[in-house]
Design a protein around this ligand. Structure first.
Ligand code: B12
Ligand code: SF4
Ligand code: SF4
Length: 370
């Protein structure tokens, strides 16, 4: 195929799929991102979900040896979630609908087929490897870094995920992006001020240890004061995007309504059957249940209602330390008197050190001052 034809095919394909934002880069350009990464990794708060080997992060050969071109595509979220819920719950907008890894990989695979690329001549990267997706999109002229750390596009805001097609083919020189976009935050600091945990320290940098999105995915223990701030959803956090003036897309009233009580009862197998094709399923049923117990404790905090209390109590003897500890916490949040009696009785017979310590810590944090 002649070089110019490839780009025309890409334009036609994107038009058909109604995709308006994409750009082409050469792999060498991403090397310049190393200095930005070094600047971030040497500070406290680098994410446990981000690749630590920085050389792997800027080497396109890690994805596809012999890469000549990378097409970077912005995929708008399927919907923007509405967050007002009672005993139902939701997840952050990017995790609504069909898993964006599955959905957008299929689109990029179809594109590769329409370019007649052999299977060894391309690779797809969507949030599933060492590359720095935002930096790829930045180099491809698709947006600028907001103070909330997200890549922002003047038309789409930040409500999109990023996917890239690594290819061994060369394009016409004029097809490659040679211009990046300028910062559009100006004096605005809305995201800094609205983050519930102050995770966006001075802008352009997140302290992942205190970012709710990170904590809801991590298996590490969530400190009690941070747990109390988890009131909106069981996965991800949209706050620093919702307040951003560039995100003026309306919330979708059709966004998922999942039932806490039903979902707490799901076995590992039924969780996968029900949610296996959703982005939030990747951390598994235990982490999801842990997050639901936290939501339950917060939604019914101080109500002394029996239904949520019993739902939390179901996990009080769980073989998982994480779930058992979280159920005691939720019970305490819902009905402090009843739960502290339960915990104090349990302390008389419990002999696992880890559990004893957790119960004592809960009692001292939530009950001793009274
Ligand atoms: C680890 C990770 C997380 C972690 C850490 C987030 C973070 N800020 O690093 C956690 C779990 C917290 C997270 C949360 C979210 N994530 Co995330 N995450 C990733 C992942 C896997 C790696 C990100 C990374 O490399 N972080 C490391 C540090 C070094 O990045 P950084 O702090 O942003 O550093 C950059 C800035 O410092 C910038 N910079 C600083 N100064 C300057 C100056 C100049 C001049 C320039 C050019 C740049 C610059 O350059 C650095 C390099 O990019 C990427 C996928 C991927 N493989 O890239 C998705 C990704 C970043 N996440 C994404 C999404 C959607 C989210 C959430 C919105 C999900 C949600 N609703 O909860 C939140 C948003 C949180 C936030 N405000 O950042 C999208 C972002 C899309 C977009 N529009 O930007 C990505 C790209 C996934 C994808 N392929 O679509 N995420
Ligand atoms: S995702 Fe939530 S917790 Fe994380 S930085 Fe944004 S507002 Fe703060
Ligand atoms: S809320 Fe304001 S400061 Fe934060 S990313 Fe958006 S424009 Fe920038």
């Amino acid at each position: 195929m002649n070089l110019g034809v490839y780009m025309n095919r890409i334009h036609e394909f994107m038009k058909e799929k109604d995709i308006s934002h994409y750009g082409l880069i050469r792999p060498e350009i991403i090397q310049y991102g190393k200095i930005l990464l070094e600047n971030q990794i040497c500070r406290d708060g680098y994410s446990e979900f981000a690749e630590e080997d920085l050389d792997r992060r800027i080497d396109a050969g890690e994805i596809l040896p012999g890469t000549c071109s990378i097409l970077v595509v912005l995929f708008p979220y399927e919907m923007r979630s509405d967050v007002k819920r009672s005993d139902s719950y939701g997840v952050a907008s990017f995790a609504e609908g069909l898993d964006y890894h599955i959905k957008n990989s299929k689109i990029l695979k179809d594109l590769a087929d329409s370019l007649e690329l052999a299977s060894d001549d391309y690779r797809i990267h969507i949030d599933n490897g060492p590359m720095v997706d935002r930096y790829l999109a930045y180099c491809a002229g698709q947006g600028w870094y907001g103070k909330n750390c997200l890549l922002i596009n003047n038309e789409l805001g930040s409500l999109f995920t990023i996917g890239s097609l690594f290819m061994k083919i060369e394009f016409d020189e004029s097809d490659y992006c040679n211009k990046t976009k300028m910062d559009g935050c100006g004096e605005c600091e809305l995201c800094l001020k609205s983050c519930p945990n102050g995770a966006i320290k001075h802008g352009y940098r997140i302290d992942s240890k205190v970012c709710l999105s990170e904590r809801l995915q991590s298996k590490k223990k969530i400190p009690y004061d941070m747990r109390e701030k988890i009131i909106r959803g069981a996965y991800g956090c949209d706050i620093c995007q919702e307040v951003c003036p560039y995100n003026n897309r309306k919330a979708n009233p059709q966004s998922s309504r999942m039932n806490i009580y039903e979902d707490l009862k799901l076995s590992k197998k039924s969780f996968i059957e029900k949610y296996g094709n959703k982005a939030f399923a990747w951390r598994g049923n235990s982490v999801h249940r842990r997050n639901l117990l936290i939501l339950l404790g917060n939604k019914f905090s101080g109500t002394c209602h029996d239904k949520p209390y019993q739902a939390a109590l179901e996990f009080a003897y769980s073989s998982s330390d994480m779930l058992a500890a979280c159920s005691w916490w939720a019970m305490l949040r819902i009905d402090r008197t009843r739960a502290s009696e339960w915990i104090r009785k349990r302390l008389l017979v419990e002999n696992e050190e880890l559990r004893v310590n957790e119960m004592k810590e809960l009692i001292s944090h939530y009950c001793d001052e009274n």
